[in-house]
Design a protein around this ligand. Structure first.
Ligand code: GDP
Ligand code: MG
Length: 312
């Protein structure tokens, strides 16, 4: 795959020492579990902070960030190696245009992913959005239809703009809990997953603050309002998801094509024919026979059989 083209992950050296050592520790753990390549797919609507998150994780500016939605349609994969470990991260264009899921963008993403294995999906949205609407549901459904339900067992919900003051005097944790629950509910709906099956632990929600003005701790690490350094936290949750027993998603032609529309109804054809025979053809035949039996015979026909001249 692209690992031959992978460059040394120099961006990691941009991180404060505390973050670097935590990341090395996590990569070491992955290697112990025989995971030497990690492919992260980043998806979501436009303008939610996907590209910024990619840059933050790598510690390098690899993806173009734009305040105005003018992303191209092509996904971008960036590969980096560090101590025998390869990190592939795939940034994708926003999936929504003009109020609908952009099918063309989705097709291009699918083709781009052909023969790649996705270890983790980062489903990105903003923390500071107050409503989850049918558009979110459409995006979630499009992702589910493309990769199958089980993608959500290999996913993290990433909420950007974590450094916010909640509206209406709400407490930060309550706001975060409400926002997470609203999104997870739509993931359950969009993916048609029963509540029990998608406990919060299956698709974890993590906070991210990409802004250059993000608060830092005494070690210089970017922190969330509760003091958690968010980059190591994100990577840690990612390693937990990888170890949750679910399988990575291999994107092959079958997955891209989806269920074959020609084969889909085939099973029902004999059933349909039997139904037609017993409930349509048979009753019609019966009705015709009954009609024929009831029909009063015309005189000429009776005459032909020699009955017409008889006196009754
Ligand atoms: P994408 O379209 O999803 O790739 O979003 P971008 O990464 O291009 O970001 C869109 C805009 O939001 C840019 O102006 C970013 O600087 C800004 N942005 C992204 N993430 C954050 C964040 O966590 N906090 C703040 N304050 N701004 C962000
Ligand atoms: Mg982008």
């Amino acid at each position: 795959m692209a690992s031959q083209l992978a460059r040394e992950w120099l961006g990691i050296q941009q991180f404060p020492a505390a973050t670097q050592s935590k990341l090395h520790e996590l990569l070491g753990k992955l290697k112990q579990e025989n995971v030497s390549t990690l492919t992260i797919l980043v998806m979501g609507k436009g303008g939610v902070g996907k590209s910024s998150t990619v840059n933050s994780i790598l510690g390098e500016r690899v993806a173009a960030v734009s305040a105005f939605q003018s992303e191209g349609l092509r996904p971008m994969m960036c590969s980096r190696t560090r101590a025998g470990f390869t990190l592939n991260i795939i940034d994708t264009p926003g999936l929504v245009e003009g109020g609908y899921v952009n099918e063309q963008a989705l097709e291009i993403i699918k083709r781009f992913l052909l023969n790649k294995t996705i270890d983790v999906l980062l489903y990105v949205d903003r923390l500071d959005a107050y409503r989850v609407d049918s558009l979110d549901k459409q995006v979630i459904k499009a992702i589910t239809d493309t990769f199958g339900k089980r993608i959500w067992w290999r996913a993290l919900v990433v909420l950007t703009h974590a450094q916010l003051s909640p509206p209406d005097g709400l407490n930060y944790n309550d706001f975060f809990a409400k926002r997470s629950e609203a999104l997870l509910k739509y993931i359950r709906l969009g993916a048609n997953i029963k509540k029990q099956a998608l406990q919060e632990s299956v698709t974890p929600v993590v906070l991210v603050e990409n802004s250059g003005r993000c608060k830092t701790n005494e070690n210089g690490e970017k922190i969330l309002p509760d003091g958690t350094p968010w980059i190591p936290n994100l990577v840690e949750v990612l390693t937990v998801v990888i170890a949750n027993g679910s399988k990575p998603i291999t994107v092959d032609q079958k997955l891209i094509d989806g269920p074959n529309p020609n084969a889909r109804g085939k099973l029902f054809i004999p059933l349909l024919l039997a139904f037609q025979y017993f409930f349509v053809v048979k009753p019609i035949q019966k009705a015709i026979k009954q009609d024929m039996a009831k029909e009063s015979k015309p005189l000429w026909e009776l005459r032909d059989v020699g009955l017409a001249n008889r006196n009754f």
